[in-house]
Design a protein around this ligand. Sequence first.
Ligand SMILES: NC(=O)c1ccc[n+]([C@@H]2O[C@H](COP(=O)([O-])OP(=O)(O)OC[C@H]3O[C@@H](n4cnc5c(N)ncnc54)[C@H](O)[C@@H]3O)[C@@H](O)[C@H]2O)c1
Ligand SMILES: O=C(O)CC[C@@H](O)C(=O)O
Length: 468
Amino acid sequence: MSIPQPISNLTQAFERTGLSPKNNNTVSTSPTASYFEQHRLAGGRRAKTLKPFSTGDVKILLLENVNQTALDIFGQQGYQVEFLKTSLPEEELIEKIKDVHAIGIRSKTRLTANVLKHAKNLVVIGCFCIGTNQVDLEYAAKNGIAVFNSPFSNSRSVAELTIAEIIALSRELGDRNMELHNGTWNKKSARCWEVRGKTLGIVGYGHIGSQLSVLAESLGMNVLYYDTLMIMSLGNSKQVGSLQELLNSSDFVTLHVPETAETKQMISTPQLAEMRDGAYLINNSRGTVVDLPALIEALRIGKLAGACIDVYPKEPRANGPYFNGHELLPFIDELKTLKNVILTPHIGGSTEEAQSAIGIEVGTVLTKYLNEGASIGAVNFPEVSLRALDLDQENACRILYIHQNVPGVLKTVNQILSDYNIEKQFSDSRGDIAYLMADVSGVNSDDIKNLSAELEATAFNISTRLLY
Ligand SMILES: NC(=O)c1ccc[n+]([C@@H]2O[C@H](COP(=O)([O-])OP(=O)(O)OC[C@H]3O[C@@H](n4cnc5c(N)ncnc54)[C@H](O)[C@@H]3O)[C@@H](O)[C@H]2O)c1
Ligand SMILES: O=C(O)CC[C@@H](O)C(=O)O
């Protein structure tokens, strides 16, 4: 496994290749030839390599041990990458985010409005995971910062872990393992069951829930699911009309919903009371979805026969002991005293396969956004893309204009562009934000500077980048 180069080495490497930054405050969007080797146009045409309008180099901050595959992608671009294994406390994050153009995080780093307001050069955020609840998506969009995630690269890993947990709960594997580790032989079958013929209730039938449904049926389980959307049932699974119906009818209840206002504590005392006596609960979604004190009580009184928990309301920033005063401690201390409770440190999506695929997926979309402006797949932003300029298209530039979604913008922009030949143009909006991409030909470097200045000066401008 290669180790990311320190920034000082990269700077020297840039100097050797003549790509050395002249102005560290501007965004370079200069992809390397290798990137475009992989991005040939249809019909054998070659994509034109877009060069930076402003000099400088893309700086990327990668936190939370993002996978090597992403480092390789960014390394091939010649971006300056700073890589940290952990997330950062807010003050350190604010210091570091000030001059980066892109940031890559996983589930722990909170990119709040307070943090993002310091990120003056930030163009794009990559969540190297499924969840995006850790980012203030609206604030980011309003400030022209696109956010991307990896919508399904770790879904299978979570589904497989859940299958393992269903069997582990049913056979009290966690307790037998602990007992033998601690010197006790406890061969028992009372209240240990096969999962064949039992009913699995899945809350949230999206990427993970539906994959899990197929795996569970292959074990001979009956599958019910509850989702706010009408979703096609896979196999013999059945959608139920209410959460209550699912809770009343399931031997195992597993949660696969995102963190939203509606899912906050969606499993609390009343819902636990609706579950079957001796049923099991699994939470591999987000820590806010389950009311932990209520769950602890349901386990303590024997209403539930066991639970698996992978996610917590507040999780430690880094691996290692969690300290007195950490919000996790009181919950864990109580949970540890209960039978048949399996606790894991948010590892649902943590497999080599998932992390490597996520690194490639998010690394690639961030690179495409930085180099070409393509926002397809962004979670908070209008999705816009244009086919590449041809290699032989001289004197052309690409305009990326993020603006407020108000009447009159296109009239103003087209006025500014009216002296040039617009090769192609596409614009879309999402809520208050709109994004226009246009390829313009017949421009020299002075024209490009003027276009940039004029677009930035418009009253609706949020962010303007020009690539040529
Ligand atoms: N433990 C881990 O490591 C891990 C890994 C990946 C994902 N996750 C979490 O799992 C969540 C689900 O992932 P996914 O990829 O299946 O997401 P998804 O978006 O594909 O599916 C979520 C489903 O939940 C449904 N839903 C939303 N609100 C609901 C509500 N109030 N009641 C019922 N259904 C509701 C949606 O309609 C959707 O079908 C993610 O948002 C993430 O927070 C955890
Ligand atoms: O890798 C992580 O930190 C988060 C994993 C998971 O919760 C996700 O949202 O994909």
